[in-house]
Design a protein around this ligand. Structure first.
Ligand SMILES: *Cc1c(COP(=O)(O)O)cnc(C)c1O
Length: 357
């Protein structure tokens, strides 16, 4: 089966051998305060920072999930309500979680075909926090770099960005925000159960000043452990090991992101050319990593079934778009050959269905 599901998604095939290797090296039985573990964690962190071109001064942390990052940010980086700007299910959910932890959280929804109007919004002051979703996996939109740069210019607040379905796929404009995070079951091409959290010097200073130590995953406590290449709790050692190995094999992000963006443009024009309706019409806002395509619900049922018979799993739509759209993950672990197979499937099926091409 070839899966185009946007998370959990296809994992790199090399992972099979690396799992075996982790077992043989004995790292999985090692204590997380041992020399062997500490060295392995250090290597993984270095590899992530170098392959993803994370700027000097920004620090990399590993936790369990993107959802945990929502909670860590709500706990440790603000003592007043953040402003959340969102246009889809993940961004909205983050605002809801934050609202259960903090008072005064502001949640502003914007349309999927337009960016938030920064002129009319009151952005948080320098002691505030602004939360954005870089790539909204539910509807296939992405915030352009120019928008993030514009927000950065207009607000001195700390900026936190959920990049779960774009980190390790796209070259992120790191300097335009202070906290970036992603779980590894999307563009990293790994099994779930681990997340990467990147913090700027300003974010770290804020957390130190707030001095929040109430939780096992309070950021300052996580950081104190990571400075010794340890973790506050017994971690996902296998996940950390695999992340290091897989990142080691990757091209620098500048290079791989370019290829991924070219492939996205090709896929969008392919779906358009076979007469399918692309949910996001604005080419500027379309995500290169998660494509959302509309179809009549009845026809979609048939297409999904035929795809399965052909060994292809199309991603279901999400939330309100569940029955009327499908999603295609354009993640780095998916090969060009698999994309080709997907295109051939649609061409052949639509010919059989005598759908007008
Ligand atoms: C998948 C996803 C999440 C949730 O990730 P978990 O690993 O389940 O916590 C959060 N935000 C976005 C944008 C996602 O795509």
């Amino acid at each position: 089966m070839i899966t185009f599901y946007p998370g959990p998604s296809k994992i790199y095939p090399e992972v099979a051998a690396y799992m075996q290797q982790a077992y043989q090296e004995g790292i999985l039985s090692q204590n997380h305060r041992s020399e062997g573990f500490m060295q392995m964690l250090q290597e993984t962190l270095t590899m992530v920072a170098s392959k993803l071109a994370i700027p000097e001064g920004y620090e990399v942390f590993l936790v369990s999930s993107a959802t945990e990052c929502w909670e860590i940010i709500a706990q440790s980086f603000t003592d007043k309500g953040a402003l959340h700007l969102h246009n889809g299910a993940f961004g909205k959910k983050w605002a809801e979680y934050d609202g259960r932890i903090n008072e005064g959280v502001l949640s502003h929804a914007f349309e999927s075909e337009a960016l938030p109007d920064l002129e009319s919004l009151t952005l948080p002051a320098s002691d505030g926090l602004l939360c954005l979703t870089h790539n909204e996996t539910s509807n296939g939109t992405m915030l352009p770099d120019t928008f993030l740069a514009d927000v950065r210019e207009r607000s001195k607040a700390l900026i936190a960005v959920d990049a779960t379905s774009s980190m390790a796929g796209l070259h992120l404009p790191w300097a335009t925000a202070d906290l970036w995070f992603a779980s590894v079951q999307k563009c990293f091409g790994l099994a779930p159960g681990l997340a990467v959290l990147v913090a700027s010097p300003a974010a770290i200073s804020r957390a130190i000043a707030l001095h929040e130590y109430d939780h096992y995953n309070s950021f300052v406590f996580i950081r104190e452990n990571f400075q010794k290449f340890q973790t506050p709790f017994t971690p996902n050692t296998l996940g950390i090991y695999l992340l290091g190995k897989v990142m080691h094999d990757r091209q620098p992000i500048e290079h791989s992101a370019k290829l991924l963006e070219e492939r996205a443009a090709d896929l969008y024009s392919f779906f358009d050319s076979i007469g399918l309706h692309l949910v996001i019409e604005s080419t500027e806002l379309r995500s290169p990593t998660v494509l959302t395509i509309a179809m009549e619900p009845a026809e979609l049922v048939v297409v999904k079934k035929k795809a399965r018979e052909a060994g292809i799993i199309l991603g279901n739509g999400y939330g309100a778009l569940k029955e009327s759209t499908f999603r295609i993950a354009n993640f780095p672990a998916i090969t060009d050959q698999e994309i080709h197979t997907l295109k051939m499937f649609f061409i052949s099926l639509f010919q059989k269905m005598s759908r007008n091409l």
